[in-house]
Design a protein around this ligand. Structure first.
Ligand code: IPD
Ligand code: CA
Ligand code: CA
Length: 266
């Protein structure tokens, strides 16, 4: 298993599928909804997932897949790909900036490589475990801030109305304590935003593994402090929903205290 090879394959495929999305974005209808009336899925989500699986299988037969649109195949090589064919589907549906292709590779359960392609902005974020994070081939680092009171913080909201209520309450406590909030609409790009210093921190409840697998590796390889889907109800009764966050190292402690004050535990 060569993590750099997996990273480069993830990046090449993510870029190709990103180009497909760019060609489709103004050319589709809203399609169906999934878990709730606001959880959109388009034909492009399904087509993109099928193309990703076909392209990777051609290079690496035997690898397994877990994809948001239903792909679930076992691995005979120890490598399993975790795919979000469009992260930021709501943006995609509205032709709003902020959608991407997210592809990660896990080896025996540990994410070792990942790529996130933002076709509109022509940016490819990638990382391999122990080899740092990059944007378009250049190394990237989380911001060197030390003041949580001046932090620009990204978050996201669930498709579930009840969970949104809880997220709004947390935000009510958080917002007066930081510089400002951004809700950009793609968890994968939010994590890459921490990695490149476009925001100082990102947090969200109840992500799926395909939302965060690539982005969490990219953020942590860029020096951010990352906690991915911690505190699931089975392991931590104080938390209803697992919490994910990534934060610039200089404000990690203060930000974690703020999360707790906002009622988000893990
Ligand atoms: C969603 C986006 C969004 C986040 C949601 C995710 P999707 O993924 O990442 O920013 O807030 O939690 O489900 O549905 O666009 O793939
Ligand atoms: Ca997603
Ligand atoms: Ca998706």
């Amino acid at each position: 298993m060569d993590a750099l090879e997996l990273r480069d394959l993830a990046g090449a495929v993510a870029n190709d599928i990103g180009a497909f999305l760019l060609a489709e974005v103004d050319n589709h209808n809203a399609g169906d909804t999934k878990s709730s009336a606001t959880d959109f899925v388009t034909a492009a989500d399904r087509a993109a997932e099928a193309k990703i699986v076909a392209a990777i299988t051609q290079s690496r037969p035997g690898d397994g897949f877990v994809g948001e649109e239903g792909t679930d195949t076992a691995s005979s090589t120890g490598v399993t790909w975790i795919i979000d064919p469009i992260d930021g589907t709501t943006n995609f549906v509205f032709s709003h900036p902020g959608y991407c292709v997210s592809i990660a590779a896990a080896h025996n359960g540990q994410v070792v490589a990942g790529a996130v392609a933002d076709p509109l902005h022509q940016q490819l974020f990638d990382a391999a475990l122990g080899h740092g994070a990059r944007c378009n081939g250049q190394p990237i680092r989380a911001r060197a801030t030390t003041d949580v009171g001046r932090a620009l913080v990204a978050t996201g909201f669930s498709y579930d109305a009840q969970r949104r209520q809880r997220q709004a309450e947390a935000l009510r406590v958080m917002l007066p304590q930081i510089a400002d909030i951004r809700r950009m609409g793609s968890a994968a790009l939010d994590l890459c935003g921490v990695a490149i210093g476009r925001v100082d921190a990102y947090y969200e409840l109840a992500l799926n593994q395909w939302d965060l697998a690539a982005g969490a590796l990219i953020a942590s390889e860029a020096g951010a402090v990352v906690v991915a889907n911690a505190g699931d109800p089975g392991s931590n009764p104080s938390s209803e929903d697992p919490l994910t966050f990534a934060v610039a190292p200089g404000i990690a402690e203060a930000f974690q205290a703020l999360l707790r004050r906002s009622g988000l535990t893990w």
